[in-house]
Design a protein around this ligand. Sequence first.
Ligand SMILES: Cc1cc2nc3c(=O)[nH]c(=O)nc-3n(C[C@H](O)[C@H](O)[C@H](O)COP(=O)(O)OP(=O)(O)OC[C@H]3O[C@@H](n4cnc5c(N)ncnc54)[C@H](O)[C@@H]3O)c2cc1C
Ligand SMILES: *[C@@H]1O[C@H](CO)[C@@H](O)[C@H](O)[C@H]1NC(C)=O
Ligand SMILES: *[C@@H]1O[C@H](CO)[C@@H](O)[C@H](O)[C@H]1NC(C)=O
Length: 486
Amino acid sequence: MGSIPLSDSDIQEVIIVGAGISGINAAYRFQDANPGRRYTILEARSNIGGTWDLFKYPGIRSDSDLHTFGYAFKEWTGPDIAEAKYIVEYLENVVQENHIKERIRFNTKVVSADFSTEDRAWSVKVETNGRPETLRSRFVFLATGYYDYSSGLKAEIPGIHNFGGRVVHPQFWDLEPKDYRDKRVVVIGSGATAITLIPSMADETKSITMLQRSPSYIVALPKHDPFASLCRAILPASWASKLIRQKNIARIYASYHFMRRFPNVARRYLRFATKKLLPKNIPLDPHFKPRYNPWDQRLCICPDGDFYETLRSGKASIVTGEIEEVTQSSIRLKSGETLDADVIVTATGLKMQIGGSVDVSVDGETVKPNQRFVWRGSMLEGVPNLALFIGYTNASWTLGSDCTAHFMVRLMAKMDKEGKSMVVPRLESRESIKEAPLINLNSTYVQKASENLPKASSEGPWRLRTNYWYDLIQAKYGGLQGLTFA
Ligand SMILES: Cc1cc2nc3c(=O)[nH]c(=O)nc-3n(C[C@H](O)[C@H](O)[C@H](O)COP(=O)(O)OP(=O)(O)OC[C@H]3O[C@@H](n4cnc5c(N)ncnc54)[C@H](O)[C@@H]3O)c2cc1C
Ligand SMILES: *[C@@H]1O[C@H](CO)[C@@H](O)[C@H](O)[C@H]1NC(C)=O
Ligand SMILES: *[C@@H]1O[C@H](CO)[C@@H](O)[C@H](O)[C@H]1NC(C)=O
């Protein structure tokens, strides 16, 4: 097994950072291929699930279908779009059934990781309930998601400190229904979170208003896919779930590429579909006329059109405009309009972060991720034995992070066979490579983060990944150009 100094009995094969949906998938793939080998999952929080355990706002749910957002190896039997608690329940079953739970160390935050080329091993500094400790492993898998758990995106809302009522950010939700019952609520934002919050809170509030600076595309999809119902009626459960999964992978791919290829047709169609769902008193222009093309930013999904239904019922309203200033009890807009409020929800987004604030270094030299290219969406240039579990943003995230898991399992098997102990992606020439963004969305939160993110290229193994089928074949059988083994 390579040239690892095996005298060190404390060395783990892999340390996985993060027990979210990607970390658990990585653990499953690793142990499936390497039964009996030692690995540990380090999780800063006290529960599994990452995103799906952290967010507590009313109605919190996925907007991907769970057949593709869930695992290839564990069928999903619920509705296409699911609330967070069902996603955590599903993950809980997976970690129990596969004995992954025993491998998780909770309340353990990874602070730094230094790779020693001489030892061919990582020294991983952690804090368990504040107590420092150093662990060692051959590989580190960073499955830390894509945003900062400790702070949200700072939205510059002028005068927000003047406000006398409650201000809450969805990532740090601390309201109970009694805190907004019969209150006037303003939700600032127009993304997936605002679209979810409004139908979920509207029955309780006195009034609820979505205040947006600029509109998004909001697509109504059926909660129960008729194709899925049909498959389940006529096929054995495991076949049905495989078929539904493949169909959804294809549907997402086809609709993405159709919309990018024919943006004007897509735009017109989305407007037409939206118009049918709106009440007479809410005009399409300006509230539902985004300034960008579909998929420049993520489309928002509302199951069974629940968001539109809430607008039609008159329980919620929508205002498009810019904030001049927040006062003690209201929000004054540049248009002169004033919105009275008791509660303000700032659904203004996430603070993106790749690598979960872990300080990575190689032989003591700090790695600045934003100066590195990403090899096949999976490894950082110049950093040995390190995997990044990032997923797709225009399809289910998990499909992308599963490709990374397959890559790593394959690389490790190859290294064992050939007696190697180090794998590192290297750029042939830094001068000639063309840079491209790592995340192909124009959303504000992506733009704000772009200078801190690692880089992709438009060429070779440094290109963005494309689709699950292609990337999975790449991961299992594709060329390994760009990698050096030692
Ligand atoms: C409200 C919301 C809805 C979303 N809906 C969708 C959707 O429908 N479809 C989709 O594809 N994506 C969606 N996403 C994106 C979503 O975050 C990912 O798809 C997915 O949950 C990411 O899983 P993950 O395991 O990679 O990361 P996360 O779920 O973010 O988990 C990362 C884990 O790593 C831990 N961690 C981080 N840093 C450290 C450290 N230094 N030490 C120890 N542990 C650490 C965290 O505590 C966390 O448990 C959504 C995101 C949000 C916020
Ligand atoms: C996501 O976007 C990339 C780049 O635009 C594209 O190549 C890829 O096929 C898209 N993925 C899906 C599933 O549509
Ligand atoms: C983002 O915006 C630029 C122009 O501002 C445009 O060329 C590009 O296609 C947009 N979309 C994406 C996904 O980057």
